[in-house]
Design a protein around this ligand. Structure first.
Ligand SMILES: [Zn+2]
Ligand SMILES: [Zn+2]
Length: 180
């Protein structure tokens, strides 16, 4: 959804509230120039957006809502429904031109001239609150690194991990690295 900001930015003290529907069905996270991870949006509700002109052509945006995204469990890769709260405030200085805004990459991505792109704004907020760690459950056993079986469904036929205490210490170290 696009919101045209020219009316509100020309009247000091003016305030508007919008219930903005989100039109995207996946959250795409780009790595480098070619790699993209795509996560399905499982549930979304309109973003309740308040835009206030605080004077001198400065707009204050505040948004509230939530969105549920399917993110694979870090250990077993099963999709987990993760609800991300959207609650943010941003200031936009409408006196700046698009060229001046380019230095602020965040802002330039969701604001073009007088048009606010709500989807892009929300995507940015989603990235800011993206969870560092996702587990389907606290004690997820993960998948066997040899046969790929989901160990939550029971043990596999592979040999148990070596019981040699030196080996166990090494595998602890590996686990620690993985969690960082
Ligand atoms: Zn899991
Ligand atoms: Zn196995």
């Amino acid at each position: 959804m696009q919101i045209h900001l020219s009316d509100i930015s020309s009247i000091d003290g003016k305030c508007m509230q919008v219930s903005a529907g989100l039109s995207f069905d996946t959250v795409d996270i780009h790595y480098g120039s070619h790699q993209t991870d795509r996560f399905p949006v499982l549930r979304k509700e309109p973003l309740e957006l308040t835009i206030a002109n605080t004077g001198n052509r400065v707009l204050e945006l505040s948004g509230h809502g939530e969105i549920t995204v399917g993110i694979p469990c870090d250990r077993c890769l099963k999709e987990v429904a993760v609800t991300l709260p959207l609650s943010f405030q941003r200031k936009i200085d409408m006196k700046l031109t698009d060229e001046e805004r380019v230095y602020d990459l965040d802002e330039s991505s969701y604001l073009t001239g007088m048009d606010l792109d709500v989807d892009r704004l929300v995507c940015l907020e989603i990235l800011m609150c993206w969870p560092l760690k996702v587990l389907c459950r606290e004690d997820c056993k993960g998948i066997c690194s040899r046969c790929g079986k989901d160990l939550n469904e029971g043990p596999c036929d592979c040999q148990e991990e070596p019981r040699d205490p030196r080996m166990a210490a090494i595998s602890d170290i590996f686990r620690k690295f993985k969690e960082v």
